[in-house]
Write a protein that binds this ligand. Structure first.
Ligand code: SF4
Length: 431
């Protein structure tokens, strides 16, 4: 397990939707110890909150994908009004994203929302902030203070402040920006502390990966509140993935970050899926469902492996709920070694697939039957795990490679003889 930074703990939810804990490791306000909670994954709906049915459907879809927390935008009163109908229909803590109008926060709190996000860049009237803090305090609702790069800079004094404050971080590439973010945060949090309000999470997002890493690292050093990690405006999934994973992965690997949101210009389901996968690969969450190992393919393949991998992924994602390791390998040259540790594995060759379950060969089937047979073996293995007759990862795959000439009837000999035909209809790079 990677080391984790101890923080205060924030709890959101209610007895109907359940409670999600963020952070922990430091004593609570009554001095009781708290345990560090698993890193949670959150996302935000893309549709209009006032469109109640569509909003409920989107939230439920995100929950089904694995979201622990869902945020909704409430720019207008009709959005906070809609919360009264939305909240009873969903089973996940809901965060109201408030900008410019502090009244939206008060209305959302009144409607029963589980958390408020405030932006110091656009709700900074002291008395308004205090009103929101007091309303949250009365209902024990936490607040996220989100100092996004783009929204915190007050244009008119940008240059002056950057000059004054940038000296503090002059050794860092993004020193001026960091100085403004940290100072804005400190000024804002002082209002919360004066009200004896500590139910706070902090975010400091930027679209620049280096700024995100530097800002959160500095904030983690200065504050003991749990941190909500994110890269803002990360772009489309194709490029946003790298940007987000580099920033969030670096911070998480260094023990920083208690809840995450990956943001894409795409269906937010991808944000949840990728956020969970990031936590799985870092060992910060216990995997639910299949851990799919697949070879990248090369000139040795003799089946349509890309299609097979996508079909396996799609079908297993819907049916397997135990953290089973499944390997789909294109051939027997490197396949057995690379699939070591898989619970279920298939090695393809000469338009056939040989299937192993925990190291034991169970089938040798022609290409059109590989998918069905692999799925049925996975389901049967899952049943055995559930009945306690098998243990995940217990019997490591110790595969004696199938005979490339005999059993698969092709492999190295045919490759060497130049007799291998690429399967027709194979689309390289198809996903
Ligand atoms: S497992 Fe075989 S087909 Fe796949 S990349 Fe390795 S050598 Fe190529």
């Amino acid at each position: 397990m990677l080391p984790r930074r101890p923080t205060r703990q924030v709890v959101l939810g209610d007895s109907r939707v359940g409670f999600v804990r963020i952070g922990g490791g430091l004593p609570d306000s009554a001095g009781r110890p708290t345990e560090i909670a698993p890193v949670s994954v959150q996302t935000m709906t893309a549709g209009y909150t006032y469109d109640v049915d569509a909003c409920v459907a989107e939230i439920n879809k995100l929950v089904a994908a694995g979201a622990d927390i869902v945020r909704v935008a409430v720019p207008e009163k009709k959005d906070t009004d809609a919360l009264r109908q939305i909240l009873p229909q969903v089973r996940v803590p809901i965060v109201a994203d408030v900008h410019f109008h502090f009244q939206r926060a008060l209305e959302a709190i009144d409607a029963g929302v589980h958390k408020i996000r405030l932006n110091p860049g656009n709700i900074n009237d002291r008395s308004q902030v205090i009103d929101v803090i007091q309303a949250c305090k009365a209902k024990r609702i936490p607040i996220r203070v989100g100092v996004n790069e783009g929204s915190i800079i007050e244009r008119r004094d940008k240059q002056k402040r950057m000059k004054e404050l940038g000296q503090v971080f002059s050794s860092q590439k993004h020193g001026y920006m960091l100085a403004i973010m940290i100072t804005k945060l400190e000024e804002y949090l002082d209002i919360f502390y004066e009200q004896d309000f500590h139910d706070i999470t902090i975010s400091a997002k930027s679209m620049d990966t280096a700024v995100v890493i530097d800002a959160y690292t500095e904030i983690a050093r200065r504050f003991d509140h749990p941190l909500h990690l994110g890269v803002t405006h990360a772009g489309p999934k194709e490029t946003g993935t790298i940007r987000s994973v580099v920033a969030l992965g670096s911070l998480l690997a260094n023990g920083i970050g208690e809840t995450i949101r990956i943001s894409y210009a795409n269906d937010p389901v991808y944000e949840v899926q990728d956020g969970l996968e990031l936590l799985y690969v870092l060992g910060l969450r216990e995997r639910i469902g299949v851990d799919l190992i697949a070879c990248p393919t090369c000139g040795r393949i003799q089946v349509d492996l890309f299609t097979l991998i996508q079909d396996v992924r799609k079908h297993l994602a819907a049916k397997i709920t135990v953290p089973m390791k499944v390997a789909v390998m294109g051939c027997i040259v490197n396949g057995p070694g690379e699939a070591e540790g898989a619970d279920v594995a298939v090695f393809a060759g000469d338009r056939r697939g040989i299937i192993y379950v925990q190291g034991e060969k169970v089938a040798n089937v022609p290409e059109p039957e590989i998918l069905d047979r692999l799925l049925s073996e996975c389901l049967a293995f899952q049943d055995r795990v559930r009945r306690g007759e098998a243990k995940l990862g217990e019997k490591k795959v110790e595969i004696i490679p199938p005979d490339p000439i005999g059993e698969l009837g092709s492999g190295i000999a045919k490759i060497a003889a130049g007799q291998v035909q690429r399967p027709t209809g194979l689309t390289i790079g198809k996903t």
